[in-house]
Design a protein around this ligand. Structure first.
Ligand code: FAD
Ligand code: NAG
Ligand code: NAG
Length: 406
């Protein structure tokens, strides 16, 4: 049986708890101890914790330390850190995975390793190379970052009539160049559609961060894109046209996240996450719906696929890059029932990891040759394929010989 490791279950394609083949879920929900060391400015976080629990435990001990991870508190550190993990501090401090300094991991042989015993190759791979691939992470050691006691947050709404197109157009030139203390992202959605933020109250007691239940749960499909050149106004107007279609009514949102700052300084090969200097911003495309049924789902999914095709000329090419934590099985999948070749995996792998893909394959082949940890988008082991091919050849030779003998 396959193993599916589940952190907080936020995988966009449900890979931590859905599979076509028989599988066992290893759910980490009980591994949630978080030890914050204010003097060392570090913390050990067990892999079943959510980022909300982590933020809460840090806030309990210090008002001037934080951690640069995601926005929604119910996201799990298990999957989130394994794929990079970003939030409003990424221009100042990079990704969550950029700030991991040690880890405890169970490898495919059942050994428990730390950074020293796993070695730098494997430690590199688990900081962004994707979950359920190199082993089961039990806990992360992270470096906390300095934050001011008071931050300013503001929201500005603009409609098309208020020249929103010009604003978005201009934003592309300035947002990636702002001082790293300033993070201004754009959420584009149809007027009065119901997708403001994550639904969590912004005032009141901090313990809302401890809730593992998402405020609202709806059906959705998402995709990601990276932008190197500002999109011209005409191109933006073409995007808005999709927003007026029926499928966008129940709600869609396009989130533009500025890069630059610290993201430009970290080398594209420092960790497996490769989207660094040159990226102006990342887009997340989302469409939501409430009604059950295949037909409704198909309609909304095909809407977002059409939008994605429309975007092609305006975004990164060769490869058309994507963010693994916005998991999208449309961009390519492994053969989950059998052997996945290097070439087959490279189709999606190069989009998530660019030139880091080969090093990830190398590490995987070394640490998990039999491909024990696997899913639809896990790095393949070259050896498991070779072994299988060799076995098949042996098998067919044996059969032919038996045939000849008979
Ligand atoms: C509402 C919502 C908001 C989000 N906001 C952000 C955001 O602000 N920034 C951002 O970067 N991303 C965001 N994401 C995406 C999020 O980072 C990914 O979905 C992430 O992988 C979720 O981690 P998880 O542990 O909750 O998910 P899971 O579904 O449990 O895990 C995801 C993958 O990692 C594997 N995995 C989990 N734990 C481990 C472990 N301990 N060891 C090995 N493999 C493991 C799983 O098998 C699966 O393949 C958001 C997602 C949602 C649903
Ligand atoms: C929109 O832009 C036009 C042309 O630049 C300008 O005349 C108009 O005042 C702007 N409208 C608003 C609401 O800012
Ligand atoms: C949006 O909602 C407001 C307040 O409910 C309403 O006055 C306005 O007409 C709505 N706009 C659209 C385009 O539906």
């Amino acid at each position: 049986m396959h193993i599916r490791v589940r952190g907080a279950g936020h995988d966009y394609e449900g890979l931590s708890y859905v599979s076509e083949v028989p599988f066992v879920i290893v759910d980490l929900i009980n591994l949630r101890t978080i030890n914050v060391d204010v003097n060392d400015k570090s913390a050990w976080v067990e892999a079943g914790s959510t980022i909300g629990e982590l933020y809460y435990r840090i806030a309990e001990k210090s008002k001037t330390l934080g951690f640069p991870a995601g926005v929604c508190p119910t996201v799990g550190v298990g999957g989130h850190f394994s794929g990079g993990g970003y939030g409003v501090m990424l221009r100042k401090y990079g990704l969550a995975a950029d700030n991991i300094v040690d880890a405890r991991l169970i490898d495919a042989n059942g050994r428990i390793l730390d950074r020293a015993s796993m070695g730098e190759d494997l430690f590199w791979a688990i900081r962004g190379g994707g979950g359920n691939t190199f082993g089961l992470v039990l806990a992360w050691k992270i470096k906390l970052v300095d934050v001011p006691e008071i931050v300013t947050v503001f929201t500005l709404d603009k409609t098309l009539e208020q020249n929103a197109t010009k604003l978005v157009h201009k934003w592309q030139y300035v947002a990636p160049r702002f001082h790293e203390d300033l993070f201004i992202r754009i959420l584009v959605s149809r007027l009065n559609s119901s997708n403001q933020g994550d639904g969590f109250p912004t005032d009141g007691p901090l313990d809302v961060l401890l809730s593992r239940v998402q405020f609202s749960t709806r059906y959705f499909k998402a995709k990601s894109d990276y932008v190197y050149q500002p999109i011209p106004e005409g191109g933006l107007e073409g995007i808005w046209r999709f927003f007026f279609e029926d499928e966008a009514q129940s709600s869609q949102v396009m989130i533009l996240n500025p890069y630059g700052g610290r993201m430009d300084e970290i080398s594209a090969s420092a960790i497996p996450f490769p989207h660094r200097a040159g990226n102006l911003y990342k887009i997340q495309h989302l469409v939501y719906w409430d009604e059950e049924g295949e037909e409704v789902a198909e309609r909304h999914i095909s809407w977002i696929r059409r939008l994605y095709s429309y975007m092609a000329p305006f975004v990164s090419k060769l490869p058309r890059a994507a963010y693994i934590n916005y998991r999208d099985l449309d961009i390519g999948v492994n053969n989950i029932k059998g052997y996945t070749s290097y070439v087959q995996a490279k189709v999606w792998g190069i989009k998530y990891f660019k030139n880091n893909f080969d090093r990830l394959v190398h590490v995987k082949t070394k640490v998990d040759p039999s491909n024990f940890f696997r899913n639809e988008q896990s790095i393949p082991s070259l050896l498991s394929g070779r072994t299988k091919v060799i076995n098949e050849v042996h098998h067919s030779i044996k059969n032919n010989m038996m045939h000849a003998i008979i």
